[in-house]
Write a protein that binds this ligand. Structure first.
Ligand SMILES: Nc1nc2c(c(=O)[nH]1)N[C@H]1C(S)=C(S)[C@@H](COP(=O)(O)O)O[C@H]1N2
Ligand SMILES: [Mo]
Length: 199
C-alpha cells in the first residue's frame, strides 16, 4: 500500500480491512485444544505424508530440521471469533514436503499426535499457503500451541492448523475431521464466514 494512502493524519496501523466478518482483534494468544496436550518428544517425532496409493514419505526430526525453512508473518482467525495479526512463525513449506510426492489426490486429512484430525483440500496446502511450523515469535513452538510442530494454514479458520501434526493422508474423496464431523464447515474460509456446515 502506498504510504500516501494512509493520509496526513492517518493511523500507522489500520487493520480493519484485515478483520474478517464477525471477528475481533486480540493481542493474546489463546490456547484452544479439544483434549490434553500430548507429550511429543522430537527424538521420537516422525512426520509422514501418505498418498492415495499408499506410498509413504517420512521425515524424522533431524531430516525435517535440515529442510529449507521460511519465516511467514500471518494473521490468524479462530472460529471462536478472535483474530490475531502479524504472528511470526518459522516452518517448512508444504511445497517443499510435497515436492517429490507423486499424487493425483484432491484432498488431505491431517492427523495429529493425540487423535485430532482436520480436512483440507490439497491445493490449499500448496503454493506458499501452508507450513509445518516449529518456531513461533522467535522461540521453539510451545507444547500447548502444538510443539514440537504444527500445521499452519492461516487463510482458513485456525482449527485447520492442526497442532502436534503427525501425518497427512492424501485422498481422492474428502473425509471430514474432528470438528467437521460435529458440524463445522468442511472448508472454513473466514472471509466467507464458513463457520458451520451450510454456511
Ligand atoms: N491437534 C489439535 N490441533 C488443533 C486443535 C486441537 O484441539 N487439537 N484445536 C484447533 C483450534 S479450534 C484452534 S483455534 C487452534 C488453536 O491453536 P492455539 O491453541 O495455538 O491458539 O488449534 C487448532 N488445532
Ligand atoms: Mo478454533
Amino acid at each position: 500500500m502506498p504510504i500516501v494512502s494512509r493520509g496526513f493524519h492517518g493511523r500507522a496501523r489500520d487493520t480493519r480491512h484485515r478483520l474478517p466478518p464477525g471477528q475481533y482483534e486480540t493481542t493474546d494468544f489463546p490456547v484452544l485444544s479439544a483434549g490434553p496436550t500430548p507429550t511429543v518428544n522430537p527424538d521420537e517425532w516422525e512426520f509422514t505424508i501418505r498418498t492415495e496409493t499408499g506410498t509413504r514419505h517420512s521425515w524424522n526430526w533431524a531430516q525435517f530440521m535440515a529442510l529449507p525453512s521460511q519465516t511467514p508473518t500471518v494473521d490468524l482467525h479462530c472460529v471462536t471469533k478472535w483474530s490475531k495479526f502479524d504472528t511470526e512463525w518459522q516452518g517448512v513449506s508444504l511445497d517443499v514436503l510435497l515436492e517429490d510426492v507423486e499424487t493425483s489426490a484432491d484432498y488431505a486429512l491431517v492427523h495429529s499426535y493425540g487423535d485430532y484430525t482436520t480436512n483440507v483440500p490439497l491445493e490449499d496446502l500448496l503454493d506458499g499457503k501452508a507450513w509445518i511450523a516449529y518456531r513461533y515469535d522467535g522461540e521453539e513452538l510451545a507444547p500447548e500451541h502444538g510443539g514440537p510442530a504444527r500445521l499452519l494454514v492461516p487463510h482458513l479458520y485456525f482449527w485447520k492448523s492442526a497442532k502436534w501434526v503427525q501425518r497427512i493422508q492424501l485422498l481422492d474423496e474428502d473425509e471430514r475431521g474432528f470438528w467437521e464431523n460435529i458440524g463445522y464447515h468442511d472448508y472454513g474460509d473466514p472471509w466467507r464466514e464458513q463457520r458451520y456446515q451450510g454456511d
